[in-house]
Design a protein around this ligand. Structure first.
Ligand code: MLT
Length: 267
C-alpha cells in the first residue's frame, strides 16, 4: 500500500495499472465501516484496462484520522487532493453506500473531475431523525466498546440472505475489515453521515454518464428507492444484482464487475 500526505494527514491508497491500459481512470469509494480491500475483486477485474485507484478514507484502514473532524465534504476534498497528487484530471467515480454519499459531495464541488459516476447501494436523501439517532448511538457504542462491538449488529444488515446462508467466508472478510478500523475513525464517520446534506436536488444536475446499481436483497437501500433515484438522473442506467445485499460488489463480484464493465466500456 502506498501513502501520501493530503489535507494534513497520511492517506493510504493503491494505484494499479498495467501501463498499457486504454480506459479512463476509475476511483472506488468505500462503504462504512470497511476498508479499501472491499474493492479487491474490482481491482483485479479492471486493472488491465484501467488505472484503478482505491484508498482508505481518513480514519479508516491505513489512513490517519487527521486533526479536523470527519465530514462527508472533507472526504470529497481528500479525494480531490488524492487525484490531484496522482495527476488525474478526470476519473470515473464509483461509490458504494457511504462512498455514494461522498460521490455526491464530490460531484457537487468538483463535477469537472467526474467523467462518469457509479452509485451503488446508496441514496441521495439525508438521514431521518431516527436514522440520525442511530448514528449517534453507534458512535457512542464504538467509542466505548471498540469496532468488534459492531460486527454482530452490522453483518446481518450488510449482507443479503443468500450470502448469509451460503457464504460464511464473506461474513468473515467483513468482520476483519470492520475490526481493522480505529474506533474513533468509525465514530466520526457515523456522525459525519448523520450530518450529510440531502443530495436529491443534485440528481437532476448530474450530466455525466451515470449508473445506479443495487443488490436485490439490500436491506438498507430498497430496490424501489434506488430505481426512483436513477429515474431522477438524466439517462441513468439501472442494474439490480441478484443474490446480493448491500455489499453487492463483494457478495456477487462477477455480476457487479459485469455491469460496471459494460457501463464503462460503452463510455
Ligand atoms: C455503508 O454501507 O456505507 C453504510 O451502511 C451507509 C449507511 O449506514 O448509511
Amino acid at each position: 500500500m502506498k501513502r501520501l500526505r493530503v489535507n494534513g494527514f497520511e492517506l493510504a491508497y493503491r494505484d494499479e495499472h498495467s501501463g498499457e491500459e486504454s480506459g479512463a481512470p476509475i476511483v472506488f469509494l468505500l462503504a462504512f465501516p470497511l476498508n479499501q480491500s472491499m474493492w479487491d475483486d474490482q481491482v483485479k477485474a479492471l486493472r488491465d484496462r484501467h488505472r484503478v485507484i482505491t484508498f482508505d478514507w481518513r480514519g479508516f484502514g491505513g489512513s490517519a484520522l487527521g486533526s479536523e473532524s470527519t465530514t462527508i465534504d472533507r472526504f470529497a476534498d481528500d479525494l480531490a487532493g488524492l487525484l490531484n497528487q496522482l495527476g488525474i484530471e478526470r476519473a470515473i467515480v464509483c461509490g458504494l453506500s457511504m462512498g455514494g454519499y461522498a460521490a455526491f459531495a464530490f460531484y457537487r464541488k468538483y463535477a469537472e473531475k467526474v467523467s462518469a459516476i457509479i452509485l451503488a447501494d446508496t441514496r441521495a436523501k439525508a438521514d431521518s431523525d431516527e436514522g440520525k439517532k442511530a448514528r449517534y448511538d453507534l458512535a457512542e457504542l464504538v467509542r466505548k466498546s471498540g469496532p468488534s462491538a459492531l460486527v454482530e449488529m452490522m453483518i446481518p444488515r450488510l449482507l443479503g440472505a443468500t450470502t448469509l446462508h451460503s457464504n460464511r467466508q464473506i461474513a468473515e472478510r467483513i468482520r476483519k475489515m470492520i475490526e481493522s478500523n480505529a474506533a474513533e475513525g468509525i465514530a466520526q464517520a457515523s456522525l459525519a453521515m448523520s450530518a450529510r446534506r440531502d443530495s436529491t436536488d443534485l440528481l437532476e444536475r448530474i450530466d455525466c454518464p451515470s449508473l445506479v446499481v443495487v443488490g436485490a436483497e439490500d436491506k438498507l437501500i430498497p430496490q424501489s428507492e434506488a430505481k426512483e433515484m436513477s429515474g431522477m438522473i438524466r439517462n441513468a442506467e439501472f442494474e439490480v444484482i441478484s443474490g446480493a445485499g448491500h455489499l453487492a460488489n463483494i457478495e456477487q463480484s462477477d455480476a457487479f464487475n459485469f455491469v460496471i464493465t459494460k457501463f464503462i466500456t460503452a463510455l
